[in-house]
Design a protein around this ligand. Structure first.
Ligand SMILES: [Zn+2]
Length: 456
């Protein structure tokens, strides 16, 4: 295949900040970068199992972006955002090793978030192997991911070389196009707009300015909503891509980076048309502009980070006999799921009963706490964390560091439906998580919050 274009643009950030108070606050340094990661040839696309052919053109270019921050203690934080379906665990692991070897950065200093666009390239195809997918498709995805890995490392290296004193601050606003998509019906929970379901309309915004506050150099912003206005055959960053583009157009020289929140059970409505996607992007960019208006909370640092895994248990899997029966299912996804599990059973003698989910906490002093969860996390988690941390600026990101499947809350798990376990059919997991999934995650996160708590 032809090489995938990954042009690297580095945009430094300037500024030193001294507070109005007599005491000199810790200084930040920062730099941002972006790399175009639109495949240069047609590729199979990720997100919808019903697609049967490769991409056909480009509606909006895809980007990987980086923001590197350094606090007054010299601690660095690399923030990576991707206009892609997810973050493969293997990519995260390889990047962890590279940033440790090359830059002496610890795992907690690396945060990677994917926008979950369903109009990006396929990154892993192992799950299709048993169905005889051509090896070209696997090789293409691996080649793309390898180039992506290099582009990310290059961006971090460039940012580290170009770090300049900066002012870093936080504000937030709201945006309304996300709606809960779990509609209760007599037939169970259906994927349909549900205006009375839980939502998190928060739009957190971290801004990086010049010392005098006159020039905006980077905008890191979030929203909790599936990035799935579209499902067509063209590459496109969906609403998150259009929002980033609108912000970069409005602030020439600035890099806008999107962080997906706990949008596992949220959809953008209305959806289906490119024009609607552009409108959602515009709406989100407007919310970010709104967040930029009030005097922001200036972040003084220092950084305090922790990362670990919460071991999640699955509900007991089906027996070999039940799986054999399921291989006859008329639903081809259910049948191939059963075949995958039987293959595991034959090869390894067992089906994995747990999954180590990455959780990460990044505190910016006592001014802002970013909690990053892996998987497709539902809104209940961000709502609960904000409730349990009153008085703090809390930013909860889902789809971070590893996107392995849905992470339901206990409520969603009990209610059933797609996010509760139905979607597991498309994975190699045995089935739904066990009922304590929420408590395991919350107790892990609270542990990380404790170890990173500022001493004052
Ligand atoms: Zn999803």
């Amino acid at each position: 295949m032809r090489s995938v274009l990954m042009a690297l643009t580095v945009l430094g950030c300037l500024a030193s900040f001294v507070s109005a108070a007599d005491d000199v606050k810790p200084l930040w340094k920062a730099a941002a970068a972006k790399a175009k990661i639109t495949p240069t040839e047609p590729m199979f696309m990720a997100g919808y199992a019903s697609r049967t052919k490769p991409s056909e053109g480009v509606a909006l270019d895809l980007y990987a972006k980086a923001l590197v921050l350094e606090d007054a203690l010299g601690q660095q934080q690399a923030i990576i955002t991707l206009d892609l379906i997810g973050v493969p665990r293997s990519l995260r692991e390889r990047l962890e090793k590279q940033v440790a070897d090359k830059f002496q950065l610890k795992p907690e200093a690396l945060f990677i978030n994917a926008s979950h666009t369903h109009c990006g390239p396929e990154l892993r195809v192992a799950k299709y192997e048993e169905s005889g997918i051509e090896s070209d498709r696997t090789a293409q995805a691996q080649d793309y991911t390898a180039k992506l890995e290099h582009a990310i490392v290059d961006m971090i290296a460039s940012c580290r070389k170009r770090l300049e004193p900066a002012r870093v601050s936080y504000s937030h606003a709201r945006c309304g196009f996300a709606m809960n998509r779990r509609l209760p019906t007599p037939m169970g929970y259906q994927n349909s707009p549900y205006p009375d379901g839980p939502v998190d309309h928060d739009v957190p915004v971290l801004r990086v300015d010049s010392p005098d506050g006159k020039t905006l150099h980077a905008i890191l912003f979030g929203y909790a909503c599936h990035n799935t206005t579209l499902g067509f055959q063209q590459f496109c960053g969906d609403y998150a891509g259009f929002a980033q583009q609108a912000l970069e157009d409005a602030h020439p020289g600035a890099v806008a980076l999107f962080v997906l929140g706990c949008g596992g059970d949220q959809n953008p409505y209305p959806r289906g048309q490119l024009e609607q996607c552009q409108q959602h992007g515009r709406a989100l960019a407007n919310a970010v502009e709104t967040a930029l208006l009030p005097t922001p909370k200036v972040l003084t640092g220092p950084l305090s980070r922790a990362i670990d895994v919460a071991v999640l248990q699955f509900a007991p899997p089906a027996s070999r006999e039940e799986l054999q029966k399921q291989t006859e299912s008329k639903n081809r996804f259910e049948a191939s799921h059963a075949k995958r599990l039987l293959k595991q059973l034959d090869q390894d003698g067992k089906i994995p009963l747990e999954y180590p989910a990455i959780t990460q906490v990044i505190r910016f002093g006592s001014d802002l706490t970013l909690i990053a969860m892996s998987g497709e996390v539902v809104a209940d988690y961000s709502l609960r964390l904000k409730r349990e941390l009153p008085g703090e600026n809390v930013w909860v990101a889902g789809y971070s560091n590893d996107v392995f499947g849905y992470v339901p809350s206990q409520r969603v798990l009990k209610e059933g439906g797609y996010e509760a376990g139905g979607a597991m059919t498309y994975t190699s997991f045995p089935g739904p998580f066990a009922e304590d999934v929420e408590e395991r995650l919350m107790s892990q996160i609270h542990g990380l919050l404790k170890t990173t708590k500022p001493s004052k």
